[in-house]
Design a binder for this molecule. Structure first.
Ligand code: VGL
Ligand code: ZN
Length: 208
């Protein structure tokens, strides 16, 4: 049973990342029953919500001649381009209807600045603009984080690696995540998480 300093962080379980969505992750919705069980078992739950303005710089449609999943250089470095997704206020940006989000104590919205994408729940993709989440968790004494959600190799991995670097005890429940897996990105993300000291676990190990 989680202790008082445990916080579950549910990353981007939104319609656009589920089957039928604009940036659908294969079987993205299959994690929802397990995520709901983890929510029910945690006193503290935080959600993140990818939340882009129209014409966001991470959208391929914002760059003439570019297609989704190509990479470009922006002011802060390489950026993968995506189909338009999670546009503020649209149904694609809403949480999946099956997600039990009502008990969440905080929703962190990210990617709302036009010129910067934000995969991590802690920093935008310039790696230096904080979202405020670290301060929130520290002030509340929430030092042990369990991460789940979409997508394993982008927003979950970036968040887990930042959490670890910021000194939080961090684990990812891998079967409560699904990946985009673009050009080997899942294997790379797993290796990077392990190297940083993120614990990778699954629901069977948690239940044992
Ligand atoms: C994500 C790509 C673009 C994610 C968000 O939630 O993993 N991936 N925006
Ligand atoms: Zn996004």
């Amino acid at each position: 049973m989680p202790a008082a300093q445990d916080c579950l962080i549910v990353i981007d379980v939104q319609n656009d990342f589920c089957p039928g969505g604009a940036l659908a992750v294969k079987d993205g919705d299959a994690i929802i029953p397990l995520v709901n069980r983890l929510i029910a078992g945690h006193e503290h739950v935080v959600l993140t919500q990818d939340w882009h303005p129209h014409g966001h710089s991470s959208f391929a449609s914002s760059h003439a001649g570019k297609a989704p999943f190509e990479t470009i250089e922006l002011a802060y470095g390489a950026q993968t381009l995506w189909p338009d997704h999670c546009v503020q206020g649209t149904s694609g940006a809403a949480f999946h209807a099956g997600l039990d989000w009502t008990r969440a104590e905080l929703v962190i919205r990210k990617g709302f600045r036009h010129a910067i994408d934000s995969y991590s729940a802690f920093y935008e993709n310039d790696r230096s603009t904080p979202t405020g989440l670290a301060g929130y968790l520290r002030e509340r004494g929430l030092g042990r984080l369990t991460l789940v959600g979409l997508a394993t190799d982008f927003c979950v991995a970036y968040s887990a690696i930042d959490a670890r670097r910021l000194g939080f005890e961090t684990r990812v429940v891998m079967d409560a995540c699904r990946a985009i897996d673009l050009g080997g990105s899942l294997a790379g993300a797993v290796a990077d998480m392990q190297k940083t000291g993120v614990t990778l676990t699954d629901s069977t190990a948690l239940a044992a």
